[in-house]
Design a protein around this ligand. Structure first.
Ligand code: GAL
Length: 373
């Protein structure tokens, strides 16, 4: 009898421990006993360092913000994202801050939130095709692409420079803004022969077209997308370098949309004996990529200060909870409405300004890096 009770108690403890431990990374509701929350935050995935950066900033600022909240991750799934939002609605959420996994699939999810009286703030990535988005906080994503295009152009001299193009996930509206931004700068240099595209027949076919339509962007992105996935990026780069001749390599230029995929692609180009040098772009100032920049293995990254983005969205939530209209300074057309937005500029980081841009600004501690001068 004693044994039976003991094993029963043990079972109950294990079940309790399991439920408390699942969804590691999701934060607990800070809603006191009721578990109710005022502000829900939904981020795409824990598997990319970028969103862990944002989670850290949110948690730093939320403590001081004085409203109950919870941060949940969608792990790359629109279905999980929907379930997360439903959970937050059931907890009485009043304001939703959401970075969508898939720009159009998220429309139904935020429409459900809207129907429950929630104010919706799109975070970093725009949600398209719905009027259920009230506000948008973001970085200037076209400027991100233009910074990458400018960086590559300034490093190139003469004509015939081999250019390899890569893009973000086609489900992410930002991927279109990044690529259009880069194309704004690169297209004239492709048209005048400074650069020769080596890995995209779709982009080559459009080399004389400066303003690409959404459909034209889709065809190019469809061909060179990395899906924001390190492994997809690696295997695509390997296939591209296998498909071309040594004459298409030498001193090459590589447009890559973010840091995680940049490190993967840089390693592939570095390992190719026909590649004598490469200039490669990135984005997000991830710790691992800053080390690559210091070591000369990645040429630059576009720093997006997630402290500002998190603070902007929290300030918006505070205004909304007070019944005020949040401050905005831009609008974005999401295909259904002009969404009032708050846009933050970006900073290019190279070996020359790692210290001033990231250490002196307090974004990172110097101890995270080696070889920092
Ligand atoms: C974009 C975001 C980037 C990036 C990428 C991958 O939407 O703006 O900073 O890292 O997603 O998650």
């Amino acid at each position: 009898m004693k044994k039976k009770i003991l094993s029963l108690v043990l079972c109950i403890m294990m079940v309790f421990c399991f439920s408390a431990c699942s969804n590691k990374g999701d934060s607990k509701a800070t809603g006191g006993n009721s578990g109710n929350i005022e502000v829900g935050i939904v981020l795409p995935t824990k598997d990319e360092p970028r969103w862990i950066q944002d989670q850290g900033k949110f948690e730093e600022l939320l403590g001081k913000a004085g409203f109950t909240n919870q941060v949940l991750f969608s792990q790359g799934s629109s279905a999980t994202e929907k379930a997360n939002v439903e959970t937050l609605i059931s907890k009485g959420m009043k304001v939703l801050i959401i970075c969508a996994q898939d720009a159009s699939a998220a429309a139904a999810t935020v429409e459900a939130a809207k129907a429950a009286g929630v104010t919706v703030i799109a975070y970093d990535r725009l949600i398209t095709g719905t009027d259920a988005v009230d506000y948008y906080v973001t970085f200037d994503s076209v400027a991100v692409g233009e910074a990458m295009g400018t960086f590559l152009s300034e490093k190139a001299s003469g004509t015939g420079n081999p250019l390899y193009l890569y893009a973000g996930a086609a489900t992410d509206n930002n991927a279109f803004l990044f690529f259009q931004g880069a194309w704004n700068i690169l297209q004239p240099k492709i048209a005048d022969g400074t650069f020769v595209i080596k890995n995209s027949s779709e982009a080559l076919a459009l080399k004389d077209t400066k303003e690409l339509t959404r459909d034209q962007l889709s065809t190019i992105i469809g061909q060179v997308t990395t899906d924001w996935d390190f492994n997809v990026a690696k295997s695509k780069a390997e296939a591209h370098l296998t498909a071309v001749s040594a004459a298409d390599k030498g001193n090459v230029f590589v447009l890559v949309p973010n840091d995680g995929t940049s490190r993967s692609i840089a390693d592939v180009f570095a390992a190719d004996s026909d590649v004598s040098s490469y200039v490669i772009t990135g984005q997000d100032a991830e710790v691992a990529s800053i080390q690559y920049v210091i070591d000369g293995k990645q040429s630059m990254t576009v720093f997006k200060d997630t402290r500002t983005l998190a603070a902007d969205s929290i300030n918006m939530a505070v205004s909304i909870l007070k019944g005020e209209t949040p401050a905005t300074d831009a609008t974005y057309d999401n295909g259904k409405k002009e969404v009032p937005s708050k846009q933050t500029p970006v900073v290019v980081v190279t070996q020359d300004n790692v210290k001033s841009a990231l250490i002196d600004s307090g974004y990172y501690d110097a101890s995270k890096f080696t070889g920092l001068n």
